[in-house]
Write a protein that binds this ligand. Sequence first.
Ligand code: KIV
Length: 289
Amino acid sequence: MSTTFQLDTATSRANPTPAPMKRLTIPAIRRRKKDGVTEDPIVMLTAYTARQAQLLDAHCDLLLVGDSLGQVIYGLSSSVPVSLDMMVNHGAAVVRGSYHAAVIVDMPFGSYEQSPQQAFESAARLLKETGCAGVKLEGGEAMAETVAFLTQRGIPVMGHIGLTPQAVNLLGGYNARGRSEAEAKKIVADAKALDEAGAFAIVIEGVVEPIAIEATRAVACPTIGIGGSPLCDGQVLVTEDMCGMFERVPRFVKRYADLAGVISGAAADYAAEVRARTFPGPEQTYQPK
Ligand code: KIV
């Protein structure tokens, strides 16, 4: 896939060159898994801003506007306080900044759990105001009715099971799930319930590997792992973790760059040049009369 793109400054869109690519559709993503096999693994990364989307777009099948933006962008201690307005604003920016990947926007805590009707209102707002292709929500069997309600009304839904960060207060932390037999059974049952309800894909987060594999084999739709197993049908990471923006990252994250080092190094060089008055100014320095 081409890694070059031209920025259209009028629209903020990054058009891959030479021939613009067509945006991937949800049915095309769903069809990647045929008879239990995904030959072409699904690549997903989080994106929260237009510029980030421009840089990631050509490399990804899916861009996820995750509610992890609560911690990553807003410095919150969890995703619980994230609002629908935040998701709308960042979702719209990511759609404007992308051209090829299908954009999925997270439904934040409190915007969908009360009833299928509440979920429909929130999801419809996300689709209308951002232009995203679908939404993601957390929860398994308990959310199956809602997933069916949304998909039957034209809203593609990605499920999210295992470690579900919006339930951090109930779970008591972000530890891997599926260690006990009861938890393992529940995760596989959750995957099946979402699949049967019509989810087009399911994120499996923070689950011991044999259970991530069992859940992947148990469903017809693709699974997307994060701290699950490389044998899931696709993978997702928080882009800032992947790029080394934070000193502390989950154990399963491989860093592909040291952006924190690059940015603080650039700031240190800039500060030194300003303080030494060697900062390159305009060619014509100001001459008092
Ligand atoms: O909010 C998020 O970024 C997510 C991914 C980690 C799957 O849900």
